[in-house]
Design a protein around this ligand. Structure first.
Ligand SMILES: [Zn+2]
Length: 348
C-alpha cells in the first residue's frame, strides 16, 4: 500500500554528504541512510514532506567539518544559513528535474493526488527551523514562490521566533517561554497565506501561542504521545485535544527515542510500539487525524523497520492487529491528504 509521510531529513543528509553529486546518488539508489529512490519505489513510498534543515553548528563542526568555511568558528552567520537553505532547496529541485518525471514537487492536494495515481513520488517542501527568515519576511515570499508550503518555525534551539525546546528526558513539554513577537507575526502570516504550521518542535507555551493565533488546523508532523513516552517533544492529552478540535493531524514518529517508555535509542525496539502510539492517538483524535511522520534520515530507527523498505513490515503489523483496509489506507496516506486539504484549501 502507498505511504505518504509527514517528515524526513533527506535534504540535510544530502547537504552533509561529502559526495560531489548526492542528488545523483539518491536517484541511482546508492545513498546510505534510510531513503533513496530505489528503496522508496520498492516500499511504495509515495512521497511526503521533505524538510530543509540547517543542522546545529556544533554538530556539523564535530561530525562534518568539511562543510564549514575555514573562518567559521563559533556559529553560522546569516549568509551561511541562507546558503545552506538554498542549497537544500536546489537539491530538491534537482531531484525532481533529473528524475525523468518520476518525482514531482507538489503545491496542492490535487498535485499529490495526481502523483499517487501516476506512480510519481510527491514532494512537499517543508522548512524545519525558520532562522533563515528575515523580519520583513521577504525570504518567506521567495521560498513560497519557489514551492515552500509548510514551516516549523522552531527546531530545538532558540531562534528569533521562539525559545526552543531544550530539556532532557523525561520532561514535560513546558520548557520555558513561548513565541517571541516575531514568532507570533510569523504564525499570523502563515495562517493568512495558508502555509502549513508544524508544531512538532514547539515547547508547550509556543504550542498554545500558535493555537491562539492560527486559524489553521494544528499539525504535528512527527511527534508522539507523551503519556506513553515522556519526551518533552511528545504531545500531552491537552495538546491532543486541541489538535483534535482544530481538525489537525499527528504524524507518528518512528524514532525509538520518541516511542519507548524509557526514551532510549534502542535498535531492538518492537514495531508494536508504533501501533501503541497510533492506537492511543486514534483513541484521542479519531481514525481520520493520525498518519505517519517517519523522521527517516533524521531519527534512530529500530532494526525491525531498518529503513523505508520496512514500511512493509509496519503494514504487516497492521494486518496482524486486524486493521481494516480502509483504516490502513487512512493511516498510510489518506489522512495526510485530507489534513493538507483542510490546511491549504478549506471549503469556501
Ligand atoms: Zn524534527
Amino acid at each position: 500500500m502507498k505511504s505518504f509521510d509527514g517528515h524526513n531529513d533527506l535534504l540535510a543528509r544530502l547537504w552533509l554528504s561529502e559526495h560531489p553529486d548526492p542528488v545523483g546518488m539518491f536517484l541511482k539508489g546508492q545513498l546510505p541512510g534510510h531513503l533513496d529512490f530505489a528503496r522508496c519505489q520498492q516500499a511504495q513510498f509515495a512521497g511526503g514532506l521533505f524538510a530543509i534543515f540547517v543542522p546545529p553548528f556544533d554538530y556539523v563542526k564535530n561530525n562534518h567539518p568539511y562543510k564549514l568555511r575555514k573562518s567559521a568558528q563559533a556559529g553560522f552567520d546569516t549568509q551561511d544559513i541562507h546558503h545552506i537553505v538554498f542549497t537544500q532547496l536546489d537539491y530538491i529541485k534537482q531531484i525532481a528535474s533529473r528524475s525523468d518525471r518520476r518525482i514531482q514537487i507538489c503545491l496542492s492536494v490535487e498535485d499529490i493526488q495526481f502523483c499517487l495515481q501516476q506512480d510519481i513520488m510527491a514532494v512537499v517542501i517543508h522548512l524545519e527551523g525558520a532562522e533563515v527568515l528575515d523580519s520583513e519576511f521577504g525570504v518567506l515570499e521567495q521560498l513560497h514562490a519557489r514551492g515552500l508550503r509548510s514551516i516549523g518555525p522552531l527546531w530545538n534551539l532558540p531562534n528569533q521566533f521562539g525559545h526552543g525546546l531544550q530539556a532532557s528526558f523525561p520532561h514535560s513539554p513546558d520548557t520555558g517561554l513561548g513565541l517571541t513577537d516575531q514568532g507570533k507575526a510569523l504564525i499570523q502570516l502563515c495562517s493568512e497565506k495558508r502555509i502549513m504550521i508544524d508544531v512538532s518542535h514547539m515547547n508547550e507555551k509556543a504550542f498554545w501561542d500558535t493555537a491562539k493565533i492560527s486559524e489553521l488546523p494544528l499539525i504535528a508532523t512527527h511527534s508522539n504521545v507523551h503519556q506513553l513516552c515522556p519526551q518533552p517533544r511528545n504531545l500531552t492529552d491537552a495538546q491532543l485535544e486541541a489538535i483534535q478540535a482544530s481538525q489537525g493531524c499527528v504524524g507518528v514518529n518512528f524514532d525509538t527515542a520518541f516511542l519507548r517508555p524509557d526514551g532510549q535509542r534502542n535498535a531492538a525496539t518492537s514495531l508494536d510500539l508504533i501501533l501503541e502510539h497510533i492506537e492511543y492517538l486514534m483513541h484521542k483524535l479519531g481514525e481520520d487525524q493520525v498518519a505517519f511522520g517517519s523522521d527517516f534520515d533524521g531519527g534512530f530507527i529500530s532494526d525491525h523497520l531498518k529503513d523505508v523498505t520496512g514500511l512493509i513490515h509496519l503494514q504487516q503489523a497492521f494486518e496482524r492487529r486486524g486493521y481494516s483496509q480502509a483504516l490502513q489506507e487512512k493511516l498510510c496516506h489518506q489522512n495526510w491528504l485530507s489534513a493538507l486539504q483542510r490546511v491549504w484549501h478549506p471549503a469556501c
